[in-house]
Structure formats: structure tokens, C-alpha cells
Design a protein around this ligand. Structure first.
Ligand code: URP
Ligand code: ZN
Ligand code: ZN
Length: 462
């Protein structure tokens, strides 16, 4: 199958030019001006941007959490991602306490097998590294299974939290093997104390989720994660960074030459604490961890993105329906499953708020939504760019088209949208994943199961 994309404005993290792209099979095989090549499919990209498929490095599909399971599985979640211009996700497999890491990986392969419309990789959430076998399994994942990053939690005591010794052990191994530790950096032990106090005083509404998770608890986690990584001689990647207090710690470390990396998410750039004050139980829709912060943090995060103190925008897509799932915490905010949807809206939100809003350049938009994640997580240059030899993961993006975000029209399997009613300019119209059309003029034309598991390489981030 040959596809010729003509007359588009091709934008990568470093390039910006008008040209034609030939796709043969799964790969980009030729780039040039006025290409005269016979093709099975011609796509006219005049007046459109031609950009690398988005990479969302943080999703939770089909994940048991908070007494229920996230509402998107690999079929619906990857289809929704494709609609939004994302062609790769990196999802989180979870080692249950006491479980072997290989068994956990196997479980997640079975969840995804035959369902995905776009390519996917896995990070491994490690919850138990007490035995020598666990460290051997980590090595096997890194060197044989293509799982080269691990998430550790400083939050959720008794569920996912691991102690500093475990973190240090994992970081030491990651540093030696060229893997990366992704840290959920929040002091969960102190947070649990504050939560218990609030509940004992009858403060049970959704807004107390935010009021019991201070920014200092996140900043302390970030500070500790970076210090542990320095002692272990390992890089570290802070996930879902939400606020200025935490950003300051990353910036301080980076200014000192420490290999600390961090992502933020659209919810922290576009939503704020006031969403918890909605009538009735509405605030539950925004119960996610870390919580939404005071609005003034948003411009600080944009500055961090501009200055490269933050390198990636992922979604932390972890959808739970308002009905029945979020309602589990009707009388107790601590029982509301933590997480929100967003995989479908990321590219449009960031383009609109970033490029249309004059906060970042077009090249930086591509870097933040695709290229940087490919580099950090061992997928570059196969993914994250438009170049001869790269996978043909390409988005034809209409920079002028406007759309109003709504649960009525989205494709995520969840009954609300955090950005309901927000108008965005910039829409993914046609999406190609490894040479196959998945979305054509806004319509799904892909097939579940055509997305492949990606074995990622180790990375040198120093
Ligand atoms: O609220 C969130 N973020 N849910 C997903 C789990 C996590 O910590 O990323
Ligand atoms: Zn987390
Ligand atoms: Zn997450």
C-alpha cells in the first residue's frame, strides 16, 4: 500500500516546510517537493499541518483502581486516542503486591492483545521489590521485554506506595541498566493523616480531595525523588506534575545539572480548584491525583514548558463514569476513584492553549506532544518525527477548524468530559498509524487489533 500526502505544511520538533510525503507499507520512504509517484491513496493536505502522531506517555486503560476499573479498555481507549491525533500510548501495567512482575506484564498483554487501534507500550508499576527475583525480573523487562520504565508511588499507602529503600533499589538498578523511574511524587503518608482528620470532622465533599493534598506534599515528594535519584546515580521522571511548588524543585535540580525530567497534563493547564466547588456532587468529576490547583499555577506550568523544565504533556487518562463509579464516593471523597478522561482531547487542547494562545511555538507543540516522549521513552526515531525510515505515524491536522468538546460527541467510554463546552481551534482530521488510515476526515476507518505492542529501547538521558 502506497499513500502520498501532498502539499502539506510538515512540522516536526525542528522542521517546518511545505512538502510531500510518500508512505510505503508501514514506513515513510520519501519526502520531497512536488513528488510525482503512483500511489494507492492520495491525501491532499493543502492548508493543513502534517505532524508526527501524538504520543501519550501516561494512560490507564482497563485498570482496576479505587474499587472499580477504568472505563476505557484498549479497544475504546485507543480508538478515542486516534480520534484526537494520538498514535502511540504508553500504558501502565501493575504488579500486585506479592505478584511476580512477569505475571503482571502477561496480564497487561492479554488486556491489550487484539484490541488496540494504535501502537502501545507499557511502563511497569512496581509495588514489591523485596525479593532478588523481582530485581532479576526488572532486568528481564528492560533487556528482553521492551519495558524500560517503571512507575513507583510515594502515595496511596497500603495500596501502591513503596518505601524509600524500594525506590532507591529500583533507581540504582534503573541507573545501571539504562531504564527510567517514573515517580508519583506526593507524600502519601502525610496526606493520609490529613484525609483522616478531614473525615473525622465530617468534611466529606469532593473538594476535600483537593484540600487534603497540599502542593507542599507534592513538592516534598518531588524533592525526595530527585535526591534519591541523585544518590542512586539514576535519572528520574516526575509524572503528572501539577503545581509551581513542585515545578520549582525540578527546575532547581535541572539548573544544577541533575537529570530530572517531568511531565504535566492538560488538566493542570486548563482546569483549576474552582471545579471542585460545583453544585451537588459535580466536583467528583475532577477528583484526580494530584488534584487541580489554584489557577495561578497554570501560567507557571506554561513557563516550565517553554523553558524545558517540563518536557512532556501526557494525559494521565484514567476515566471513571460519573454514574456508579464516581458515585462510589458520594458520602466520602476518599472513596471517589481517582482519575479523569482526556486521551482524546490532548492534542487539540494543547494546540489551542499553546499555539493559538501564543504560549509555545508550533515546533514546541510537536516536541511536547510527541517527540520528547519518544526520546525519553526509547521510541525515537521510530516514533515522534517525520523522517525517511520512521514509522508512518502521521496526523493531518487542521489548524483553523474549531470544535466544541463534549461528552455527546467524544469517543471515550465515559459519561462526562472535563472540558465540556470548551471551544478549541485545531483538530486532527486524518490519522495514519504505521501506514494504515485509522481516522479519515474525522471518521474511524481503523481496525481493533492492528495496533502493535512496542518494545522500547533503553535510553541514556544524562
Ligand atoms: O488520579 C489519578 N492520577 N489516577 C491514576 C493513577 C495515577 O496516580 O496516575
Ligand atoms: Zn500517579
Ligand atoms: Zn496515572
Amino acid at each position: 500500500m502506497k499513500t502520498l500526502i501532498k502539499n502539506g505544511r510538515v512540522v516536526t520538533a525542528v522542521d517546518d516546510y511545505y512538502g510531500d510525503i510518500l508512505v510505503e507499507g508501514e514506513f515513510i520512504t520519501l519526502i520531497g517537493k512536488n513528488l510525482e509517484v503512483e500511489a494507492d491513496k492520495l491525501i491532499d493536505a493543502r492548508d493543513k499541518l502534517v505532524i508526527p502522531g501524538g504520543i501519550d506517555a501516561h494512560t490507564h486503560l482497563d485498570m482496576p483502581f479505587g474499587g472499580t476499573t477504568s472505563a476505557d479498555d484498549f479497544r475504546t481507549g485507543t480508538l478515542a486516542a486516534a480520534h484526537g491525533g494520538t498514535t502511540t500510548i504508553i500504558d501502565f501495567a501493575i504488579q500486585a503486591k506479592g505478584q511476580s512482575i512477569m505475571a503482571a506484564l502477561d496480564t497487561w498483554h492479554k488486556k491489550a492483545d487484539g484490541k488496540a487501534s494504535i501502537d502501545y507500550g507499557f511502563h511497569m508499576i512496581a509495588t514489591d521489590l523485596s525479593q532478588p527475583e523481582h530485581l532479576s525480573e526488572m532486568k528481564r523487562l528492560i533487556n528482553g521485554e521492551g519495558v524500560t520504565s517503571f512507575k513507583l508511588f510515594m502515595a496511596y499507602p497500603g495500596v501502591l506506595l513503596v518505601d524509600d529503600a524500594t525506590i532507591f533499589r529500583a533507581m540504582s538498578l534503573a541507573g545501571q541498566e539504562g531504564a527510567l523511574i517514573c515517580m508519583h511524587a506526593e507524600n502519601g503518608v502525610v496526606i493520609n493523616e490529613i484525609v483522616a482528620r478531614a473525615l473525622a470532622e465530617g468534611r466529606t465533599a469532593p473538594k476535600y480531595h483537593a484540600l487534603t493534598r497540599p502542593t507542599k506534599a507534592e513538592a516534598e515528594g518531588v524533592n525526595r525523588a530527585i535526591a534519591l535519584a541523585e544518590m542512586a546515580e539514576s535519572p528520574v521522571y516526575i509524572v503528572h506534575l501539577s503545581c509551581y511548588d513542585a515545578l520549582k524543585k525540578v527546575k532547581e535540580a535541572r539548573d544544577a545539572g541533575v537529570p530530572a525530567f517531568a511531565e504535566t497534563c492538560p488538566q493542570y493547564l486548563f482546569l483549576d480548584y474552582s471545579h471542585y466547588e460545583g453544585a451537588d456532587f459535580e466536583g467528583a468529576k475532577y477528583v484526580m491525583t494530584p488534584p487541580l490547583r489554584e489557577k495561578w499555577n497554570q501560567e507557571e506550568l506554561w513557563t516550565g514548558l517553554r523553558m524545558n523544565d517540563l518536557q512532556v504533556i501526557s494525559t494521565d487518562h484514567c476515566p471513571f463514569c460519573f454514574k456508579e463509579q464516581k458515585e462510589l464516593g458520594k458520602d466520602d471523597f476518599s472513596k471517589i476513584p481517582n482519575g479523569g478522561p482526556g486521551v482524546e482531547n490532548r492534542m487539540s487542547l494543547v494546540y489551542n492553549g499553546g499555539v493559538v494562545g501564543s504560549r509555545i511555538s508550533l515546533n514546541r507543540f510537536v516536541e511536547l506532544t510527541s517527540t520528547a516522549a519518544a526520546k525519553i521513552f526509547g521510541l525515537f526515531p521510530r516514533k515522534g518525527t517525520i523522517a525517511v525510515g520512521s514509522d508512518a505515524d502521521i496526523v493531518i491536522f487542521n489548524p483553523k477548524k474549531k470544535e466544541t468538546i463534549s461528552a455527546r460527541t467524544h469517543h471515550m467510554n465515559v459519561d462526562y468530559n472535563c472540558y465540556e463546552g470548551m471551544e478549541v481551534q485545531g483538530v486532527a482530521e486524518t490519522v495514519i498509524s504505521r501506514g494504515r488510515l485509522v481516522i479519515e476526515n474525522g471518521n474511524y476507518v481503523g481496525s481493533p487489533g492492528s495496533g502493535q505492542f512496542l518494545k522500547r529501547s533503553t535510553v541514556q538521558l544524562r
